[in-house]
Write a protein that binds this ligand. Structure first.
Ligand SMILES: *[C@@H]1O[C@H](CO)[C@@H](O)[C@H](O)[C@H]1NC(C)=O
Ligand SMILES: *[C@@H]1O[C@H](CO)[C@@H](O)[C@H](O)[C@H]1NC(C)=O
Ligand SMILES: *[C@@H]1O[C@H](CO)[C@@H](O)[C@H](O)[C@H]1NC(C)=O
Ligand SMILES: *[C@@H]1O[C@H](CO)[C@@H](O)[C@H](O)[C@H]1NC(C)=O
Ligand SMILES: *[C@@H]1O[C@H](CO)[C@@H](O)[C@H](O)[C@H]1NC(C)=O
Ligand SMILES: *[C@@H]1O[C@H](CO)[C@@H](O)[C@H](O)[C@H]1NC(C)=O
Ligand SMILES: *[C@@H]1O[C@H](CO)[C@@H](O)[C@H](O)[C@H]1NC(C)=O
Ligand SMILES: *[C@@H]1O[C@H](CO)[C@@H](O)[C@H](O)[C@H]1NC(C)=O
Ligand SMILES: *[C@@H]1O[C@H](CO)[C@@H](O)[C@H](O)[C@H]1NC(C)=O
Ligand SMILES: *[C@@H]1O[C@H](CO)[C@@H](O)[C@H](O)[C@H]1NC(C)=O
Ligand SMILES: *[C@@H]1O[C@H](CO)[C@@H](O)[C@H](O)[C@H]1NC(C)=O
Ligand SMILES: *[C@@H]1O[C@H](CO)[C@@H](O)[C@H](O)[C@H]1NC(C)=O
Length: 399
């Protein structure tokens, strides 16, 4: 999806990026076999990463700095000193653990190699434990491999990063740094990033997806999603996001899934707009429900919206687009009209755009488009908890 706008936050994020890489470097003297930390920074600039951009991240970095590592027995001088001896543990009847470490301290050095080692159609859960570090690779989890968990070490210290665009990969649908086609996928405490150059106004083919989630019953806990245009392709199936950080500019959460986002931070990195101007340069969501027979939609509960630019809460990528924001705090980056029909007035009659008990300067509904719905308690009820995604049937608690 394209829009007339663009982004650039390079100056702010430079500092944060360096801070993040400094942490990685201090934990792992060589966080990539062929790269010292300085080369990594250069690489990231080369590919255009400048998108870590939030006060939330900087506060987490501060906390991270204060944390002390547990004192394992150490052999001085080896990269793998800090690595637990008997890891991964042997399989149990219900779980296998595969270990990924960029320095080669355990079986796999890439996430994809670990995914490749998982058996087809395994009914057991396979936990792919991924050590801190930035993994520069494009990852695909095929339909044949359900029940995989990606377990990172925190969304500011473990990331899978690539830089395909719609142009470089036969379209937006195939440019995800990570693409998940299997069911019952889980990710915990890890980031997914696309570091392709941030599009300039009017650019064509610069969409850059961080992750495409195309399987059913997926859950994301404490994850980060970083990109600009089209960051999170919430494609299809029932999905749950808890306390995730999601950054982007245009349509940065898009797709036709049925998803519940709880306690997430949605951060716009659209260009700042001059006060008094009316220009709008981004959208948080672009949900793609095509008919009223579909039960898809995005529900955001207890989330926080902030960042830069002036953005719509959603625009109607397809006619029956369905999005609800409930109990969410919105900063003044939200355009007063709130929603957009994608230049098709017929969609005003078919889109379902609801707001319920939101707060903050951006939540003032007095100037909203006429089709924006102020939901009452009854109308809001089915969007407020995991029963919206049938979570009572499949969603496991965070352990
Ligand atoms: C695992 O499976 C084996 C073989 O079916 C069984 O003997 C064993 O008791 C099981 N272990 C546990 C912990 O359930
Ligand atoms: C992982 O490495 C250990 C030895 O360190 C080996 O016994 C085990 O078979 C390997 N597992 C896989 C899945 O390659
Ligand atoms: C897994 O399934 C795929 C697709 O059906 C097949 O190409 C592949 O050979 C299978 N792998 C194994 C190890 O059976
Ligand atoms: C594994 O995946 C299958 C198919 O997606 C699902 O029915 C099953 O409940 C999953 N098992 C576990 C342990 O998550
Ligand atoms: C991704 O980054 C590599 C390495 O800097 C570069 O060669 C490639 O052109 C980039 N791809 C895109 C689509 O920007
Ligand atoms: C994508 O490809 C089109 C057609 O080749 C070209 O006009 C456009 O500039 C490219 N976009 C980017 C961001 O490279
Ligand atoms: C992992 O994510 C959970 C769920 O959001 C969060 O409570 C926890 O603090 C995170 N842990 C780390 C190490 O980031
Ligand atoms: C709302 O989300 C925040 C995290 O962003 C969490 O600390 C708080 O407990 C949540 N409140 C409710 C009522 O779920
Ligand atoms: C939403 O606001 C209404 C009116 O202020 C209040 O009665 C209701 O309890 C609120 N709902 C929730 C879930 O906080
Ligand atoms: C909402 O916006 C209208 C129009 O801009 C303004 O008159 C009103 O005071 C605002 N309400 C609140 C609660 O800020
Ligand atoms: C909520 O709104 C619906 C649809 O407009 C209406 O039928 C219903 O009576 C309202 N319920 C309450 C409790 O206001
Ligand atoms: C979730 O909301 C539904 C209303 O749609 C309600 O019937 C159900 O009791 C709620 N479940 C929980 C766990 O709060």
């Amino acid at each position: 999806m394209k829009m007339m706008s663009s982004t650039s936050l390079k100056s702010i994020s430079l500092t944060l990026l360096i801070a993040i890489l400094a942490i990685l470097a201090s934990k792992h003297p060589r966080s990539h076999p062929n790269m010292n930390p300085l080369t990594s920074i250069k690489y990231l600039f080369d590919v255009g990463l400048a998108t870590f951009s939030s006060p939330i991240i900087s506060s987490i970095i501060d906390r991270h700095h204060q944390k002390k590592r547990p004192d394992h027995k150490r052999k001085k001088g080896s990269i793998c000193d800090d690595f637990p001896r008997d890891f991964p543990p042997p399989d149990t009847n219900t779980t296998s653990i595969l270990c990924v470490d960029g320095n080669g301290c355990c079986n796999f050095t890439t996430v994809q190699a670990a995914v490749d080692a998982v058996f087809n159609s395994s009914q057991k859960r396979t936990i792919i434990w991924i050590n801190s570090g930035i993994y520069y690779e494009k990852v695909m989890v095929p339909k044949t491999k359900p029940n995989i968990t990606f377990q990172g070490q925190g969304y500011t210290s473990t990331a899978i990063v690539w830089n395909d665009t719609a142009n470089s990969s036969h379209g937006t649908f195939y440019c995800g740094s990570v693409q998940v086609f299997s069911d019952n996928f889980i990710a915990k405490n890890i980031s997914f990033m696309n570091v392709a150059p941030i599009p300039s106004p009017g650019d064509i083919g610069a969409q850059a997806v961080a992750i495409r989630i195309g399987g059913d019953q997926a859950a994301f806990w404490g994850c980060g999603f970083f990109g600009a245009q089209d960051t999170l392709h919430d494609d299809r199936g029932r999905h749950y996001f808890k306390e995730c950080f999601i950054q982007g500019s245009i349509d940065f959460i898009f797709g036709n899934a049925r998803s519940l986002y709880e306690g997430c931070w949605l951060v716009s990195m659209a260009n700042p707009v001059a006060p008094g101007t009316k220009s709008i340069n981004g959208a948080v969501t672009a949900h793609g429900r095509a008919s009223k027979e579909e039960n898809t939609g995005f529900a955001f509960v207890n989330c926080t919206i902030g960042g830069t630019g002036r953005v719509w809460l959603g625009r109607a990528w397809r006619p029956f687009s369905r999005v609800v924001f409930a109990l969410t705090t919105m900063s003044d980056i939200i355009a007063p009209e709130g929603w957009n029909d994608f230049n098709d007035p017929a969609r005003d009659q078919t889109a379902f755009y609801g707001e319920y008990n939101c707060t903050g300067a951006g939540a003032n509904m007095s100037m909203r488009v006429p089709y924006a719905l102020r939901l009452n308690d009854t109308q809001a009820a089915s969007f407020l908890n995991v029963s919206f995604i049938d979570g009572d049937q499949w969603l496991q608690p965070y352990v």
